[in-house]
Design a protein around this ligand. Structure first.
Ligand SMILES: C[S@@+](CC[C@H](N)C(=O)[O-])C[C@H]1O[C@@H](n2cnc3c(N)ncnc32)[C@H](O)[C@@H]1O
Length: 312
């Protein structure tokens, strides 16, 4: 299971930060507790007691439901009169911050710097619309998807075509394996359909994904790890690794991240172990695959995605 988030702040550290706002734009404070679900071990905003915080500083995420959700949770956790500073690039949600905060019943001071909108509010005595925002942005089971999910998680409200392609072409595995960057757990569900799989570790850096995967993969052979797939210890000599590796780091396309996942998979596998991977066709993983594995076979290509089988 995912580690429990760190305890909610004591009165001595009643200040939190969400994400990594640029210190040139706003000072979060050295003792502010990190609350982003993308930082393993951080405190969950959901775990903060209502009206317990003096201050919150938030680099708001780009998705509307996710952004409204975290602002609502931060406002709920602030004491009346406590300060909330929220910032986001103008074209990635920043232009909507003022109206969102006004909708929660706040009076907003807004400034702009370096293409970011920066909004400051003092938490009013009475808030409005908090439950609607926390309901819409919280964990939910989507009927069309038939999975537990949450806004902000990769492909949270629609099946990813790359994931689907990989699932359609997976062989029946046996032994011990891992899914690096497991998301909601769809690939693991398909792998665990084989009774010959004895253990599978699902790793993701996003706590919301791990929490959803825990519900979507209720299998005693599944082990869930909230952590960085590039460094997660304790695994070695695996029979198989499956993955749809991340290609964004902090919202920016990152080829290095996917290559690091391929490198990590090669290190985790035993000799003769196998990696099954899906990626956008334009992403350049072939060089790393052929360098690190003895046999690489493109298994299928469709709709802009490529599935590879690579044997160590
Ligand atoms: C392309 S998505 C694939 C998700 C899922 N396997 C699927 O196919 O739907 C990549 C996943 O990797 C996760 N991720 C990104 N960076 C990571 C890292 N450094 N360590 C572990 N997981 C990471 C993301 O949160 C995301 O869930």
């Amino acid at each position: 299971m995912s580690p429990d988030p760190n305890p909610a702040p004591s009165s001595a550290s009643a200040s939190v930060v969400y994400g990594t706002p640029s210190p040139e734009l706003v000072e979060a404070g050295a003792d502010a507790l990190q609350t982003s679900p993308l930082v393993p071990g951080s405190t969950a905003l959901e775990a903060l007691a209502p009206e317990s915080l003096e201050r919150a500083v938030m680099a708001a995420p780009p998705g509307t439901l996710e952004r409204r959700y975290v602002q609502a949770l931060a406002l709920r956790a602030l004491k009346p009169g406590g300060e909330l500073i929220v910032l986001a690039p103008k074209d990635r949600g920043g232009a909507r911050l003022r109206s969102e905060l006004t909708g929660f019943g706040c009076e907003v001071e807004e400034t702009g710097r370096r293409h970011q909108r920066i909004c400051r509010v003092l938490r009013p005595d009475t808030l409005q619309g908090i439950e609607a925002a926390t309901g819409a942005g919280g964990p939910q089971r989507l009927a069309g998807l038939d999975l537990w999910t949450q806004p902000g998680v990769f492909s949270w409200d629609r099946p990813d075509p790359g994931t689907q392609l990989l699932i359609q072409h997976l062989p029946s595995f046996s032994g011990v394996g891992a899914d690096l960057g497991c998301g909601l757990g769809q690939i693991a569900r398909a792998v665990l359909a084989s009774p010959a799989v004895t253990e599978m570790t699902l790793v993701d850096i996003d706590r919301r994904a791990i929490d959803a995967a825990a519900r979507n993969v209720p299998d005693p052979r599944a082990r869930l790890v909230w952590g960085d797939g590039r460094v997660t210890p304790e695994l070695s000599g695996l029979d198989f690794v499956v993955m749809n590796p991340p290609f964004h780091d902090a919202g920016v396309e990152s080829r290095g991240l996917g290559v690091a996942f391929v490198t990590r998979a090669a290190a985790l596998l035993r000799k003769g172990g196998v990696l099954w991977l899906v990626a956008n066709r334009h992403l350049p993983y072939e060089d790393s695959l052929t360098r690190l594995f003895t046999r690489v076979a493109p298994a299928r290509e469709a709709s802009g995605f490529k599935v590879y089988e690579a044997r160590k």
